[in-house]
Structure formats: C-alpha cells, structure tokens
Design a protein. Structure first.
Length: 256
C-alpha cells in the first residue's frame, strides 16, 4: 500500500511539473527559505514518545508549479516508553535495567520534489511533494546499549501556503516518512513561515498594476482604472469602467 501511494504521488508531481503556470503563486527562478516547527509522531515499533520537531527548508522554483526543496529537522529528546523498542539491540546485557528516563532524538534530512497545485485562490496555494531522505534516531544516554537507527526514507506529503504578500507566506503541511529497510514509518505535522526571494516579478495577470495576491478583481479589462484592491471604477455608473469610458460624465440613466 505504501509503495502504491508513493507511485501515485510521483505521478501527480510529474503532471504538476508540466502543467501551465496560470494562477500559480510561486515565481519562476525564485528561492524560498523557511523555518518550521511541529510534531513528530513516531512509529509504534520505536516505542518512542512523540516529540516537538523543528527545522529549516530551502527551495528553488524552476517554474510556478515545480520546486526542488531541501529540509533539515531535529526533534527534542523524548522518552523511550518500553524495553521492546527497536532502538535497543536484541542482545541486551543481563545487567541492563530499563528506565523511562532513557531518551532519544530524531534528526532528518530530506530532498523534495514539490508540486504547487494550480488554483484561482489569491492567498491559499496548496502543495504536494515526494521526498527521499535520511534520518538518525539516537539514544542520548551514552551508558545505555543502543541500536541507533540510521535509515534511508521515502515519503510524501501535502499542505498549503497562505500568502500575506508577494514575499512572505505561512506554510502548513503533513507528511509520512517510510524507512525502506527497517519497514516502519513516522508521521510529521508542521507549521512555519517562508520568505520568497529573487526570480521573476510578482504575477499581475490582468496587468492592472495590482499583483495577483492583492487583486480582488483578477480579470479587470486592460486599461481600466482600478483602486488599491485591483477593482475598476465606474464614476458615472453607466456600466463602462473609467479609463475605458470615452464619456466619463454621462448623466444618470442615459443610454450609452
């Protein structure tokens, strides 16, 4: 089931990569740098308490619908809850005494292919991704026999960005990380902030001088005079927008 889900995620990302850029918010050839925090829900086999996780991300938008991103995350120390944890070796010494004070932490690196889902919303921009990575789970007490796990992982996830303006957005997402050889998976939920730098100018598809993220009237006719929200004026209320109206002082109710 996991392999089928990963295959479907990869196909979806391929379709997004070749999709047109209409209504996508990310700018081509721009960088996205972010910081995030959230919860790491550890696999049952690890018997490891769920923990707060935090990290950074750096991405490059080749085109509005297609981004390549690298992430690094680390978790706070969390307690190992049972002596049957796979973090302990099978041949524990007879002198070993389990204690709930034994802790471990997770460090992970991921390389992601991100698809920015195309839609007509101004600020909410969904995303999906497929990732390949590596993580280490290490027991923090040096005197405890450890079966530290270093695993290659594959995974997929999704979420959304909320753009405050053309250069700053909140980002919320969830993912599944599947350890290929050890056959277990962790779940991660995070929220964070990202900044967008460089690349093409912010999109203004109707050319009214108000970028799409701020434009409440995204299909304004070319040449119409607009307000700060990108919506056209019609001072004489004759149904013809100012800037296109050759007779801007038409009396009320006169035919035009």
């Amino acid at each position: 089931m996991i392999r089928k889900a990963l295959s479907r995620a990869a196909i979806s990302l391929l379709l997004l990569a070749i999709a047109p850029s209409v209504f996508a918010q990310a700018r081509p050839k721009s960088w996205e740098v972010g910081y995030f925090g959230g919860a790491n829900f550890n696999a049952n086999e690890l018997k490891l308490e769920n923990a707060f996780t935090y990290g950074i991300s750096v991405g490059y938008n080749f085109r509005p619908a297609f981004e390549l991103e690298a992430t690094y995350a680390t978790s706070e120390e969390s307690s190992i809850q049972q002596p049957t944890s796979t973090l302990f070796p099978d041949d524990l010494p007879p002198t070993f005494v389990f204690s709930p004070d034994i802790t471990a932490k997770v460090n992970s690196f991921n390389l992601r292919v991100v698809g920015n889902v195309i839609n007509k919303m101004r600020r909410w921009k969904p995303l999906v991704y497929f990732q390949v990575g590596h993580h280490d789970i290490e027991i923090q007490q040096s005197t405890v026999p450890a079966n530290d796990i270093s695993a290659t992982t594959v995974g997929f996830g999704g979420g959304t960005r909320f753009y405050f303006n053309d250069y700053l957005a909140a980002r919320m997402e969830g993912s599944i990380e599947y350890a290929v050889q050890d056959i277990y998976w962790n779940k991660v939920l995070t929220v964070g902030m990202v900044g967008v730098f460089g690349g093409a100018k912010p999109s203004d598809k109707d050319g009214d001088g108000i970028t799409d993220v701020h434009d409440r009237c995204p299909e304004t006719p070319h040449g119409a005079i607009v307000d700060r929200y990108g919506c056209p004026h019609d001072q004489d209320k004759d149904g013809v927008f100012d800037g296109l109206d050759a007779c801007p002082d038409t009396p009320d109710k006169w035919p035009v």
